[in-house]
Design a protein around this ligand. Structure first.
Ligand SMILES: NC(=O)c1ccc[n+]([C@@H]2O[C@H](COP(=O)([O-])OP(=O)(O)OC[C@H]3O[C@@H](n4cnc5c(N)ncnc54)[C@H](O)[C@@H]3O)[C@@H](O)[C@H]2O)c1
Length: 248
């Protein structure tokens, strides 16, 4: 794997920085993408990596980090689309439609635009791989229903894009961590621990990212939950007869 190129969005955060350090320790070149310039530069510096300071939820931002990566390294082997925020609002009294739409844009657009930006360069290089950070809330109900909807969306994207992307030798998988001990959960960490919720470390998520990538498979959603072995989620297959004969 030595000498391959990883791009990780939200790379200055808990999970992103752990993934960057793990792949760097395996000899990869890393590119950190984040809107936090201070932390982003620090993480990139610690990985001898490139930092791209941009908004990874816009098409222009995604094109910017892909172009910066190609300019530096000439290739992009693994794109880890890792941006995501909690909803900050809920259906019912006090619903905030702007907070909802902002969260959906952040969590879903960052994946769609990221894959789109990487598609042509990866195809031109004979293939590549995409890893998307979803969540266990992407495969099960959650008290944060709107966040859960956004993570179901990215799990669905990864599974549905696996076929078409496979035709140009691009693999795509999702990572579905449970509660991870990062700044994202800082304000509720104590309550989770008191309630007995097991926290996954960012390093465990990074190890799962490496494991999921190393299988060479596609269209899987890897569960990374405290107290359980890391494994792809066993989805029940729903067959639509004749669908395979429809070209899109
Ligand atoms: N922490 C958890 O419990 C947990 C569990 C499951 C899934 N996840 C998912 O893991 C991913 C990473 O979360 P984390 O816990 O490492 O978060 P974190 O709060 O530690 O880091 C988030 C990073 O994202 C960056 N960021 C936010 N919006 C951005 C944007 N538009 N463009 C570029 N950078 C942006 C922030 O600057 C920050 O560095 C998210 O998708 C999150 O939904 C987290």
């Amino acid at each position: 794997m030595t000498g391959q190129v990883l791009v990780v969005t939200a790379g200055a955060g808990g999970i992103g920085s752990a993934v960057a350090h793990r792949f760097r320790s395996r000899g990869w070149h890393v590119v950190i993408v984040d809107r936090d310039a201070g932390r982003g530069r620090a993480v990139a510096g610690g990985c001898d990596g490139l930092f791209v300071h941009t908004d990874a939820t816009t098409m222009a931002g995604c094109q910017e980090y892909v172009e910066a990566t190609l300019a530096r390294h000439g290739t992009l082997d693994l794109l880890h689309l890792n941006v995501g925020v909690l909803a900050g609002t809920a259906v019912g009294d006090g619903f905030d439609p702007q907070a909802y739409q902002s969260m959906m844009r952040t969590n879903v657009d960052s994946v769609v635009f990221g894959v789109q930006a990487a598609y042509a360069p990866m195809r031109a290089h004979g293939g590549g791989a995409v890893l998307v950070t979803a969540s266990t809330t992407g495969v099960r109900p959650s008290p944060d229903a709107l966040y859960s909807a956004s993570k179901h969306a990215v799990v669905g994207l990864a599974r549905s894009l696996a076929g078409p992307l496979g035709q140009v030798n691009i693999r795509i998988n999702a990572l579905c961590p449970g509660a991870v001990d990062t700044p994202m959960l800082a304000d509720r960490r104590d309550a989770l621990v008191r309630a007995g919720v097991g926290l996954v470390t960012p390093e465990e998520v990074a190890a799962a990212a490496e494991q999921a990538h190393a299988t060479g498979r596609t269209g899987e959603a890897w569960i990374v939950n405290a107290g359980h072995p890391v494994a792809p989620h066993p989805f029940t297959e729903v067959v639509i007869a004749g669908e395979e004969r429809i070209s899109r």
